[in-house]
Design a protein around this ligand. Sequence first.
Ligand code: BDR
Ligand code: CA
Length: 305
Amino acid sequence: TRKVILDSDTASDDTIAILLASKYFELLGVTIVAGNVDYNQEVKNALFTLEYIGRQDVPVFLGSQRPILGKWRTVEEVHGSNGMGEWNYPQPTKQPEKEHAVDAIIRLSKEYYGELEILAISPLTNIALAYLKDPNISKRIKKIWIMGGAFSRGNTTPIAEFNFWVDPEAAKIVLNAGFDITLVPWETAELYGVLSEEDWNHISRINTRLSDFFIKVNKTLKEYSSKNQGVMGSIHPDSLTVSLAYDNSIILESSMKHVDVELCSDSRGAMLVDWYNLQRNMVNVEIVLKADNKRFKDILFSALY
Ligand code: BDR
Ligand code: CA
């Protein structure tokens, strides 16, 4: 089985990404980063998720509690005040590890030299810091699967996606560090990571502890997507990214390009794609442009039994 770390700002869709990663990979750890909601709440959400799905054995490491440079805002309107669709779940008993997330990422990249993959479904702060602390890490990591960036339709500003917008400096560091990267931008997530009202009905008919978990944690996300993003249902960028990392046949079209990030004022966090290689820079990212929505859902649904 492939060995992965999942880096998460744990709220709604992130918890499902944790479930998928624990099911389809050997999940060596979940590292927590600042993003969706209050940091301690994210930690609690991750600990509870692992406990609920019976994977107390997966360690949780605490990482950066803020982005490298900028101010950011959390998005309770998307995920609920607790990031879990207002589900008043029981206090988890599981505790986080003492080792810092950045040190855990560096250590595991040595223990599993050339083998370890990172599922990066959140702001890239922890991974940027790991690279700054130990630049050779980019040679040891097999692949980073990134959910982040928008090049035409932002979900947080007109041109920026949330993960890149929270920490554009970190995104810039990671993109230019020489990692092997496959990236799912917001545009791909909103088209192919979507679940319809009918899919939600299907999930409630599954009627298991895990389908119940899915419905509870994604309640606010669904309301938000339906109200603001023009879909009758919900959008699952993090779950899509973990699913296509697991089964590459979900990727129907991708393109190898040089990608960078804008750091200034109104366009801060925008993803810059040199579509025509105008600047003759090295290709650094495989951008996923089309994905198989049906196959994604098959993988997601079968994890809920
Ligand atoms: C990303 O932002 C977060 O709110 C989601 O978990 C996802 O990683 C989508 O822009
Ligand atoms: Ca996330």
